[in-house]
Design a protein around this ligand. Sequence first.
Ligand code: AMP
Ligand code: ZN
Length: 119
Amino acid sequence: MAGEPQADCLFCKITAGEVPATVVRETATTIAFRDINPQAPTHVLVIPKAHYPDAGSLAAADPQLVADMLRETAEVAAEDKVDATGYRVVFNTGAGAGQTVFHVHAHVLGGRGLNWPPG
Ligand code: AMP
Ligand code: ZN
C-alpha cells in the first residue's frame, strides 16, 4: 500500500531506528537528519516517515505531507542559521538526476556559496 514501510529501504530503516542517524528534528510525520556525506556546512535531509519513492508520487498521494516536509526544511535552515544567508532545497528525482535513495527526501544545503544553475 502507498506509504507503507519498505523492507529494503535505507530511509525506512532510519525512520524505524534500525539504522543510526544524526537526527536534528522530528515531527509526527517527518524526520530531519544530517547527510552522511555532506556537500555543504549545512546538509540535512528531510524525509517523511511514510515511504514514497519521489516527490511527485508523494505530492499525488498526500499534499499535506509535502507541506509538512517543506515547513521542516525552513525550520532546519533557521536552526542551522542559514536562513538569512540563503539555502537551497533539492529533490533529486530519478537516477539520471542523482537520486540514489528511492524514499523521497529534501536536501537542505547552506552555509557556503551556492552556484546557479547547479551541476
Ligand atoms: P540522493 O542522491 O538525492 O538520493 O540523496 C541521498 C543522500 O543520502 C546522499 O546525499 C547520501 O550521502 C545520503 N545518505 C546515504 N546514506 C545515508 C545515511 N546512512 N545517513 C545519512 N545520509 C545518508
Ligand atoms: Zn522508505
